[in-house]
Each structure stands twice: as C-alpha cells, then as structure tokens.
Design a protein around this ligand. Structure first.
Ligand code: SAH
Ligand code: SF4
Length: 349
C-alpha cells in the first residue's frame, strides 16, 4: 500500500478523471489492474461520488484513494425543472465559474447538452456564449457534467450533444479525451453523440482518425464567406474548406453530417436566394441533413427570427432539391437554455 501511495504521489495524481491513466499504471505496477476495473465500475456505472462506498476495496485502499484523489471537482448548485421535459442543472467549477447544463427528456430517453469551454473565443454575434471567453473545460469537467446529469435522469440518458458553451474543436484534446471516456466507460455509442462546430478543417480531419467518431454537425448559417465572417468573427476557414473537410469526415467515418443553419429574419439569411445558394453548396454531399434553427433571442442582440411562412418557404426549397431537412423548434427558450443562449456567470470567487 505504501508503494501505491508513493506511486500516486510521484505521478502527482489529484483528480480521478484527470489522472485515470496514471492511476491505472500505478495499479498495474502492483499487479492489481483489476482494482482499476472495480473503481471504474463504481464511478462510471454506479455513479459513486466518493471512495468510501467502494466496499469491495480494502479500508486501507479506500483511505489512500480518499486522501490522494478527488472524484467530483464541480459543485452542483441547483437542478430545476424549467419546463415540461426540460431540466436545468447549474454547476460551478473550482475556480468559480457557474454554467448551466440543459437536460431534455423524452419518454424513453434523455439528451444532455454539454459545454466544452467557459464562454467561447469565436465570438459569434448572435450567441450568448460568444460574449466572453474564460477558459477551456478539462475532459474531467466535461465527463463530470455528463455523470452528474446521469445521476439525475439515470439510464434514460442516452444522447449527448456538444452544443453548450464553447467551440469543441478549439479545445480538441480535452474534448477527444472526454469522448474516449464516454465511449469506453459509459456505454454511450458515438452514434448517439453529436459534436457541433463552426468547422476547423484540420481538426475535423484529425477527429475522423481519432478513434472516436461522433456525429458531426457543422454550424454554417450563411452562404457567403463575407457574411459568415461578419457574424462569426472568430471563423478562419472558408465555407468551401469547411464543407470539404465535412465531406472527408463523412467519407472516412460513414456518418451522415448535419448542417446547422440559424434562420434570421429581415432578409439577413433566410430569403429564397439564400436557400438556393445553400442547395448549391450542399449539392456534392450524397447524404446530408440540414437542421434549420429559428434564431433564439439573446439579450442585447438586435436580431430576430423570421416569421413562420419564411421558415416554411426556406425549408420547402431545400426539400424540393432533395435535401433532408428538420426545423428545430427549440426547447427551453423562455428559460434561456436553448441553442446559443447559454452564458456563464461568476460564482463564489
Ligand atoms: N460552438 C459550436 C457548438 C456550440 S453552439 C457551434 O457553434 O457549432 C451550438 C449551436 O447553437 C450552433 O449551431 C450555434 O450556431 C447555435 N446557436 C448559437 N446561437 C444561437 C441563437 N441565438 N439561436 C439559435 N441557435 C444558436
Ligand atoms: Fe462559440 Fe458556437 Fe456560440 Fe459561435 S455559436 S460563439 S462558436 S458557442
């Protein structure tokens, strides 16, 4: 036991999720790899939040683990039913950032919407998350958000969307590490995980070869680079390069790609001409899905959603051209929990 303690100390292990590989190595060095399987089962399957409940480990081992390691570093500040089938979880990081995690429930399944950053550096003018960027979330914090949601809704939690705060591909390694943990330990199939991105071509291609292949959703929103860059100032790549990378992702993973398109009113991007240009841009995809998202209001932003008939006309042009189209009427809008409405706040510090 002393040597295990030393081993953990030498590796500077502090948080279970952050140091999982190191802890595993320590157990392997002591020919006790099975211990790691026991601990993982407790944490990922039985959702334990402390080592004391792990009764199949010796008291001594539990003591060492308790002294050396934390499991949850995020604090649950609140969890409320904000609307029918919508819960809002409020979490706080150790350095005092408060952020919300929406959980959408259906009869047989639930979906959690996770953040990958505190705020977002891309700075899209229509998005509350883009107002200020603080820092990346760690893979430990992202998996904790998932497990906390699972403690609330149980095994119904089958879907994960990375559509909360932040641009996942600008926090690539932590996001992929999170996805690996989710796939390996939480029984979540990558077919039930969607990563939404503004599109960073090199990272999309890297993701295709990473061993985790989530569904990819590309936030396009505009059909000209000029308009796109003026509304999404942190975007670097051209529309053509983003769509080429998305196509490569589809070819490499055989996963159908989704295109997200927020509809803004007042002729901004939802005219029949815009719809026509979108059809041309997507023509080379054999299989693509378009999600139309009527703009959700963000305080201080002078934009609005188009009327119902504009939305329908836009959708019909795409459908007539043979595209698969869904209009996403957002849940949780009145509670500022819908796409683009999540912001962070300062907590205790
Ligand atoms: N940064 C990533 C993922 C998080 S945003 C991305 O942008 O894709 C998740 C989705 O919400 C994106 O498609 C984003 O464009 C959309 N969104 C942002 N602000 C919105 C708003 N005000 N109304 C509707 N959708 C919005
Ligand atoms: Fe960031 Fe996505 Fe919001 Fe743009 S829409 S600011 S990329 S979270």
């Amino acid at each position: 036991m002393d040597t295990l303690l030393q081993c953990l100390e030498e590796r500077g292990a502090l948080n279970f999720f952050a140091a999982e590989e190191d802890i595993e190595e320590c157990f392997k060095c002591h020919n006790e790899a099975y211990r790691m399987r026991q601990i993982r089962k407790w944490i990922y399957e039985k959702l334990a939040d402390n080592f004391d409940v792990m009764t199949d480990l010796s008291k001594e081992l539990r003591r060492i683990l308790r002294e050396k390691l934390t499991i949850y570093t995020l604090e649950v500040k609140d969890c409320v039913d904000v609307a029918e089938q919508t819960k809002k979880l409020l979490l706080e990081t150790p350095d005092g950032y408060l952020f919300e995690v929406p959980i959408l429930e259906r009869r047989n399944y639930a979906t959690v919407c996770l953040s990958t950053q505190v705020g977002c550096p891309v700075g899209c003018i229509f998005c509350a998350s883009g107002k200020r960027f603080k820092r990346n979330l760690t893979s430990s914090e992202i998996i904790q958000s998932f497990l906390i949601a699972k403690r609330i809704v149980g095994n119904k939690l089958k879907n994960v969307v990375l559509m909360g705060m932040g641009e996942p591909l600008l926090n690539y390694s932590e996001t992929v590490d999170f996805l690996k943990k989710l796939k390996k330990n939480c029984g979540i199939s990558m077919r039930h995980v969607t990563l939404s991105t503004v599109g960073i071509p090199s990272k999309i291609r890297q993701l295709a070869r990473s061993g985790v292949k989530p569904r990819l959703a590309v936030s396009l929103h505009f059909t000209s680079d000029e308009m796109r860059r003026s509304f999404m100032p942190g975007v670097r790549a051209s529309i053509k390069d983003v769509l080429d990378a998305a196509y490569d992702y589809y070819m490499e993973t055989s996963r159908r790609v989704s295109i997200e398109y927020i509809l803004f009113g007042a002729g901004v991007n939802s005219t029949p001409d815009d719809a026509g240009r979108l059809v041309s841009l997507l023509r080379f995809f054999e299989d693509v899905h378009v999600n139309l998202i009527p703009y959700n209001p963000v305080p201080g932003v002078d934009l609005k959603a188009p009327g119902y008939s504009t939305i329908k006309t836009f959708a019909n042009i795409l459908k007539k051209a043979g595209l698969n189209v869904t209009i996403r009427w957002s849940q949780g809008k009145s509670e500022n929990l819908a796409c683009g409405q999540l912001a962070w706040k300062r907590g205790k510090n």
